[in-house]
Design a protein around this ligand. Sequence first.
Ligand code: PBG
Length: 332
Amino acid sequence: MSRGQYPSTRMRRNRQTAFSRRLVAETRINTADLIWPLFVVEGTNIIQNVKSMPGVNRYSIDCLQDQAAKAVEMKIPAIAIFPSIDTELKDDSGSLARDGDNLVCRAVKAIKSAYPNLGIVCDVALDPFTSHGHDGLLKEGEILNDETIAVLCEQAIHQANAGCDIIAPSDMMDGRIGIIRAALDGAGHQNIQIMAYAAKFASGFYGPFRDAVRTGALIGKTEKSTYQMDPGNSDEAMHEIALDLAEGADIIIIKPGMPYLDILARAKAEFGVPCVAYQVSGEYSMLCAAFNQGWLDRETTITEVMISFKRAGADAVITYFAPEIAAILNQS
Ligand code: PBG
């Protein structure tokens, strides 16, 4: 395509006025694009702040209800609930994941009955429940794939029974999407969606999340690199996504977000399916650290990052900034 040249073409003409900038804007963000991750703990009337995530708290179920109310009021379509399990309840095999009355299931039930139209997402992975902090069963230093999937299926069915709308396997075991799909279908949950963490990289940016769910000290310096992906691999990410889609994933997640926008853009272009970016805890904390120093402007920056996710191809974004972004959008 031939394009004009200066001086007949002046790119700044369209940028001169606010109305014109609005008219030519290619990417817009909306409260409908948001998924808000929330942490839940046992007890009542508890709000504990997560030190490495300024402004983010762990809530007991009663207090989590108020946050769910806020999500509804702010028109945030869905929340993702992550349990922070008391250490004495964790064991080697993450048994509590197989208990339909565990913390996350009780939280889902409570919120679903109060706010039936608010979407609820639950992770499927064993890390909140294992004494070693790994997402799967650990035997002689090895994460067992197929044995782990059997437990994940039970976990997913309990969460679906509790009222979870979207099951989000974040464990990165091979073949788990298809097997979990079949297990959900077998339990009468044909309409429960699966949002697969399809391309999940072994990332340093998960550090603050591991503080929030109290797995950090357990996992220590050991790596999740035998199941999470090598940050350098893009073709492999496409392969992972193709497999998850073939196995029945309805939506795919690319994670982390900002350092992996190329993966997101490629995934959207190659597959044309619903894509979700997860702006993870470390991305949140890194930005907050700069905001708190006065080095970056909060509103401008969080809006810009959100637009970047959408521009790169995200249909929705999982972000700890969700209520803040919703507040900005609701007021404008
Ligand atoms: C656990 C899980 C993790 C995150 C979501 N689910 C951490 C991990 O894999 O170690 C990270 C989210 C974040 O950092 O915000 N399967």
